[in-house]
Design a binder for this molecule. Structure first.
Ligand SMILES: Cc1cc2nc3c(=O)[nH]c(=O)nc-3n(C[C@H](O)[C@H](O)[C@H](O)COP(=O)(O)O)c2cc1C
Length: 191
């Protein structure tokens, strides 16, 4: 089973990096599998720590993929690094094992500390739709435009029926990235 989380890491100078990752659990370890090259991979190998944030604010997913800093950070409690200020929960992680791979290594991380900050409010279809569009945007250059458009048509139903302000803003950022990509494919001058 894979959970979509926000992983925050720092480089050796203390600069924060925040990005979505699908994580899985193996026994009690969190497994993160970054495709190379990855700043998150470099940061975890250099510092041996990361923070996993569980948030229902989908603007963080959309913002990370569209280069908007849609979040505030607070220092982590037990490790050197940061967590999202507005997150339902976070877990502070230490690297304990690496399975290296030319394409996609696996990083096994022990949970050193966990905190719950807010209650889970229930499932929301628009949030799931934004996550699906974020995945498509992260693969824009690898997926056929026709498939992306078909998927967007379907996910738009959930947005129109169930989105709140945060979901609409996140959806707008991601749709702008799709539009820009389509314009670049068409050779349009969008500057
Ligand atoms: C929901 C979601 C899950 C993702 N999961 C992964 C993942 O498991 N591995 C990965 O390499 N990228 C994943 N991505 C894409 C990364 O967030 C994005 O490409 C990012 O730039 C990773 O590289 P970085 O560490 O250099 O930031 C995911 C994106 C989304 C929206």
């Amino acid at each position: 089973m894979i959970y979509e989380a926000i992983i925050s890491t720092i480089d050796t100078l203390g600069n924060a990096h925040v990005t979505p990752f699908g994580i899985s659990m193996h026994d009690d370890l969190v497994v993160i599998s970054p495709y190379k090259p990855s700043t998150t991979l470099d940061n975890i190998l250099a510092t041996e720590h990361a923070v996993m944030n569980l948030t229902d604010d989908v603007r963080v997913f959309a913002g990370a993929l569209t280069k908007r800093q849609a979040w505030a950070l607070l220092p982590a409690s037990k490790v050197t690094g940061f967590r999202l200020a507005d997150t339902l929960a976070h877990k502070e992680l230490k690297l304990v094992k690496v399975i290296d791979d030319a394409l996609r290594p696996q990083l096994f991380m022990e949970v050193l500390h966990a905190e719950q900050h807010q209650a889970f409010n229930g499932f929301n279809r628009a949030q799931a739709a934004v996550i699906e569009l974020a995945v498509l945007v992260s693969r824009l250059t690898r997926l056929p435009m026709e498939q992306i458009k078909q998927d967007i048509t379907y996910h738009t139903i959930a947005i129109e029926k169930t989105a709140g302000a945060r979901e609409l803003e996140a959806w707008g950022w991601l749709m702008e990235a799709v539009t820009n990509h389509q314009a670049a494919l068409n050779g349009d001058n969008i500057a």
